[in-house]
Design a protein around this ligand. Sequence first.
Ligand code: DGJ
Length: 700
Amino acid sequence: MTKQSALLRTEGSSLLLEVVDGALVVAHWGAPLAGDITDIALARRVSIANSSWDQPQNPGIMRESARGFLGRPALSGHRSGRAWSTKFEVTDFHHVDNQCTVTLRDFHAELEIIATFTLDSFGVLTQGARIKNIGDSDYFLNEYIHWLPLPQEATQSLDFTGRWSNERNPQRRDIATGTWVRESREGRSGHNFSIADIALENRTTFNSGSAWATSIAWSGNSHYLLERGFDGGQSIGAGELLLPGEVVLGPGETYFSPAMVSVYSSEGLDGVSAAYHSHIRARTMHPRSPRPLTLNMWEALYFNHDEVAIRELVDVAADIGIERVVLDDGWFHSRRNDRAGLGDWVIDPAVWPQGLQPVINYVKTKGIEFGLWFEGEMVNPDSDLYRAHPEWILHEGDRVPPLWRHQLVLDLAHEDAYNHVLEQTSAILANHDISYIKWDHNRVLVDAGHVGRAGVHTQTAAIYRLFAELKRRHPGLEIESCASGGGRIDLGVIDFVDRFWTSDNNDALERQRIQRWTAQVIPPEMLGTHIGPTHGHQTGRTLELSMRAATALFGHAGIEWNITEATPEERAHLKTWAIYYKNNRAHLHSGRMVRVDYPDENGYLHGVTAHDKSRAIFAYVQLTPTVGIHPAELKFPGLDAKATYLVKAVYPAGKPRFMLISPPAWMEGVKISGSALTHSGIAAPILAPANAIIIEITKI
Ligand code: DGJ
């Protein structure tokens, strides 16, 4: 019998699948393999150790104890205590180009799994699994985890943690024997959700070394696992975290696991980002129109909706060059603060006696798009909806979950609740010229039962369905995914939305880190980045406009500030910045993101380089004061070594605060080769802390 194997391969990575003794084995995931690899399994066959198996075992992707595996299996479940252990055999193996579909069956446990592997041209591997009950009793699925093997040189792991207003703090640690689990049990992906779990070599940096990254494409509960066994083998995995009894497969029923989306890169963490960004950009639903410069009025108005104030804001916005204005929380029935109104998606006549149409018309006559805020999954106990249908919330027994921001969560898998939200929000969109909605999700799901069963899985499926239906009914509608800032940013919801609200923290200094790590997976054009007020509302920090503007430039830019209070000078700077953003967004939203391995921890050097290396825009950010007088030279990787570039500093929103008598001469413009820029660098100016400059590098 011919050996069943499939080599999925791109320029930068490969995945080798083999069927060994009926098991599906990932024989390699990493750098591209070439040449004769027929005997790779033989070459890698391990010794027979003392006090060990009589034959080497090949547990494969299912990691079953029946195949001699002693770590965490891929599948866990049972039929009321039976079928607790499985031994799947490959029954069909279908390989075309960079896609492989493998059917595995266990006739004793009466289960079928169809596992899919797709490696795209950017090196992004998407793994899916369909688990079907082919028996005639219920199968209780506890979990299904996608796993990939890691070589021993992966000695460290990197994942992310955070909270409201402080998302995506990196945590890097050594991998040791045992299982490292990062669970997300918020019912939304969450502020503490790790947007990726990445295994690294000790030496891996932004620009060099190997990285093996995974990301789970799911907005409900999930878990990442990194396991190193006492046999020395190690692996990385992810899957949906199922609550007890959440998925029970009746005869003939199928569970579709969320995909695990993975990247191997030999070009460090930036190589990982480049692959994810290209993969995301290649999707048919990726937003392709220029990302409109946005004014979100939340921090200007909060709940004080007042048409006169809004018109004044819109006048200034039009003068600055804003292209989309968003009316945030507070426009709907009895919503005068955060204690009432959620669930009643009708315009409040007390605040808007003529409805929203006059203000929308006003915005449109200025040539600006209008956007509106919703939080459709939520309900305040003080709402007409809750008074009429308290049974529509996610709950267990006769308990009401504890309140969070004075609100509860509607059970969208309840068809009547779903239809209520869909029809009310859809009616607002049908009756007004609204091209964009910001969809918030300001609390976690706990004790989240759906008709007596755990309901996070069905809730997650329902919100995807609702977003898809809104988009189907309202062609061209764009949706921003927000959850108290960056609490629902993941590769599951991404296919239904066009923008993420990166964080409620608009403090540019803190945003530098939040954006830097959110962009590890998400391309900048999908990350909302706003110029906040002079005195940040979250941290109270006072920052120069030039710093706030330089930070907001590297994303889907906007403003979240009462711009009627801006001084004439600030307004002039906002205008030049708006022009700069519009002139350069095509570049910023398509190029390769570069985070330089800058040796001085007091500064960041990051930017975007065109794929053809013709130009780059960088920011040098002085986070904290320099210790030595002169910060480290600024060196720019990824340029054309032999080409000559014009390098100069530009000031889209005024000059930063310098701490020097005269700045480095190159800032006025210098011509120099790509090689010199990469290896020798240019002098960093001495900036006051919390300041940034923008550097343009253009091939001549
Ligand atoms: C949380 C969001 O992140 C904010 O931007 C704003 O929309 C508020 N909710 C409104 O309640």
